[in-house]
Design a protein around this ligand. Structure first.
Ligand code: GLN
Length: 212
C-alpha cells in the first residue's frame, strides 16, 4: 500500500487525507523533512500559496521539496498547490517562492474577484474523457503549458471557456480546482495510480529500505 503525504502547513489537509484513503492509499500529514523523506508521493493542498511557501521555507522544507520533485517524487498540487508546482507565475508578488518542476505559466487568482468561488463543468478529455463538476476558490489557471505537459482538463462554457485547469507532466499533476471537496475521485485515483506504479517500479531492496 503506497504511503502518500499531504503537506500540512496550511490549507485543506483533512479532505485530501480522506480522498487518498478512499483510493486505498495510506495517507499522513507532512510537516517535517523526515516525514517528507518517508512518503511515496505528496499532495500540496489548496490554501494560500504565499503563506505555504513562507512556512515551507521556515520549516526547512522548501529545498527538500524541490529536491524531491527533481528526484521524481509524484506530487499532486490543487489550487495553491498548482501555483507551488509552477515554473512561472503571473500576478504573483515578485518575491513569491515556488517549488517548481511543472513547465507551465500559472496565473494566480485568474478568474477575477467577482468569481471568488464558483462551480463549473470541466472537459476531462485528457483523463479518460467525460466531464467533471469542479469547485474553484480564488483559483489559478494554466496560461501556457510546455511541450512535455499533458492537458487533462479545460473549463467548458462561460467567460473562461477552454482555459486549462488540469495538467500532468510525468509524475506531477496539478488542478486549479478542488476535487477533494466533491465526491468525484478521478483525480485522486489518477494520482494514487501514478504513485503505485512508481513504487512497483522501484528495485525491491530500495523499496524494503524505504519501508523499513
Ligand atoms: N488564491 C490562492 C493562492 O494564490 C489559492 C486559492 C486556493 O488554494 N483555494 O494561493
Amino acid at each position: 500500500r503506497p504511503l502518500i503525504g499531504v503537506l500540512a502547513l496550511q490549507g485543506d489537509v483533512r479532505e485530501h487525507l480522506a480522498a487518498l484513503r478512499d483510493q486505498g492509499a495510506g495517507a499522513v500529514a507532512v510537516r517535517r523533512p523526515e516525514e517528507l523523506a518517508a512518503v511515496d508521493g505528496l499532495v500540496l493542498p489548496g490554501g494560500e500559496s504565499t503563506t505555504i511557501a513562507k512556512l515551507a521555507r521556515r520549516f526547512g522544507l522548501l529545498d527538500p521539496l524541490r529536491a524531491a520533485v527533481r528526484a521524481g517524487l509524484p506530487v499532486y498540487g490543487s489550487c495553491a498547490g498548482m501555483i507551488l508546482l509552477a515554473d512561472r507565475l503571473l500576478d504573483a508578488p515578485q518575491d513569491q517562492e515556488t517549488i517548481g518542476g511543472l513547465d507551465v505559466t500559472v496565473r494566480r487568482n485568474a478568474f477575477g474577484r467577482q468569481a471568488d468561488s464558483f462551480e463549473s463543468e470541466i472537459d476531462l478529455a485528457g483523463l479518460g474523457g467525460g466531464s467533471l463538476h469542479a469547485v474553484f476558490i480564488r483559483a489559478p489557471w494554466v496560461e501556457e503549458a510546455g511541450d512535455e505537459v499533458v492537458v487533462l482538463g479545460r473549463i467548458v462554457g462561460g467567460a473562461a471557456d477552454g482555459r486549462i485547469v488540469a495538467v500532468r507532466q510525468g509524475n506531477l499533476v496539478a488542478t486549479s480546482f478542488h476535487p477533494e471537496l466533491t465526491g468525484d475521485r478521478r483525480v485522486h485515483a489518477l494520482f494514487v495510480d501514478i504513485v503505485r506504479r512508481r513504487v512497483a517500479a522501484r528495485p525491491a531492496q530500495q523499496a524494503g529500505v524505504a519501508a523499513g
